[in-house]
Design a protein around this ligand. Structure first.
Ligand SMILES: [Zn+2]
Ligand SMILES: [Zn+2]
Length: 344
């Protein structure tokens, strides 16, 4: 079986590996698709806190169950060979103060498959605990469903946003996360959704998934202030542009990942005077199962969001394209024989 292996910081290889054997309450999954995101590139570059090399990357995965470990066919989430599944990559210690107060996404001993210690899904087959494995309907597209993991992050993002029916929402960044947050906004009660991105190609994707108000700059928009402003870029200039556009009583959310050492300027007086809230959101908290249900209910238009499928051997090319900002969501499809562009 073949696998992408990050042998060390900056060292990307494709290696032959023994077939995985499932432990108790684990399953083996034949990988259909693995989404690539900025986290993978940070892991490769040694910029993700806690990564232990060598590591197989890949945390946005779907596939088909091909083997069951002892006990995997029992219990509330009993699985069977042939089940189509999406996998929640997070595992938590269950023992620290944060786990014990319902904040497992902030666990002090957090592990993410393909990110920290456990191997990820950029290989032909991988193991996952039954507890992390979510069954999909037989008709659900396994390639599109690789967006369920980022969708679970977006749902947690909405979970922690104080908001009301009829809010006007502004999203910075028309990449995968911005497109997901914007598509969920009407479901969260928004009266309008505006998306901004400096890259006109990305605004084309926003149009294709149905976001009505799209601008290269928020200054060009048809309104001057929004109840909810969500940064999905991590870009300091975008953050400094967005925070002053929050309406009095409104909220600004940091969803995008800014560089760990970066700082942004804002007016403390304005935060005080206008009761502006600033909230963060980190990964997935009890939102994966809801992401499966929202995805299968058609809450997002997935097809226009995915531009390329790559074989394991072309993982390096996918990284190059990602760094260059080319394409839309890039996927690794470990059991396909050729890489290809998916959109006309
Ligand atoms: Zn990701
Ligand atoms: Zn913990």
């Amino acid at each position: 079986m073949r696998a992408v292996v990050f042998a060390a910081e900056g060292e990307l290889t494709v290696a032959e590996r023994p077939d995985p054997v499932p432990g108790p309450r684990e399953v083996v999954i034949e990988t259909a698709a693995v989404g690539m995101c900025g986290t993978d590139v940070h892991v490769l570059d040694g910029e993700f806190e806690g990564t232990v090399f060598p590591l197989v990357p890949g945390h946005e995965a779907t596939g088909t169950v091909v083997a069951l470990g002892p006990g995997a066919d029992t219990g509330a989430n009993a699985l069977a060979v042939g089940d189509h599944v999406a996998v929640n990559p997070s595992s938590t210690c269950g023992e620290c103060d944060l786990c014990l107060t319902g904040r497992q996404n902030l666990c002090r001993d957090w592990d993410g498959m393909g990110v920290v210690v456990a191997d990820g899904a950029a290989q032909q087959r991988f193991t996952a605990p039954v507890a992390n494995t979510f069954r999909l309907r037989p008709g659900t597209d396994l390639f599109e469903a690789a967006l369920i993991e980022p969708l679970a992050c977006a749902i947690h993002g909405w979970d922690v946003l104080p908001r009301r029916m009829g809010d006007h929402v502004l999203v910075y960044g028309s990449g995968t996360m911005g497109l997901l947050m914007a598509q969920l906004a009407p479901r969260a009660g928004a009266a309008s959704v505006t998306i901004v991105d400096v890259n006109p190609d990305r605004l084309v994707t926003a149009a294709e998934v149905g976001i009505e108000h799209r601008y290269a700059s928020a200054g060009d928009a048809d309104r001057a202030e929004w109840d909810v402003v969500i940064d999905c870029t991590g870009n300091i200039a975008a953050i400094e542009d967005g925070l002053p556009r929050v309406k009095a009583g409104g909220v600004f959310q940091h969803f995008g990942v800014a560089p760990a050492g970066a700082t942004a300027r804002y007016s403390p007086f304005r935060i005080y005077r206008d009761e502006v809230s600033v909230v963060g959101t980190m990964a997935v908290l009890n939102s994966f199962g809801r992401a499966v249900e929202m995805f299968e209910a058609g809450a997002i238009r997935a097809r226009p969001m995915i531009s390329h499928g790559f074989t394991l051997d072309d993982y390096g090319e996918a990284v190059r394209m990602f760094r260059a900002g080319q394409g839309r969501k890039l996927q690794i499809r470990p059991n396909e024989v050729a890489s290809r562009a998916l959109l006309p």
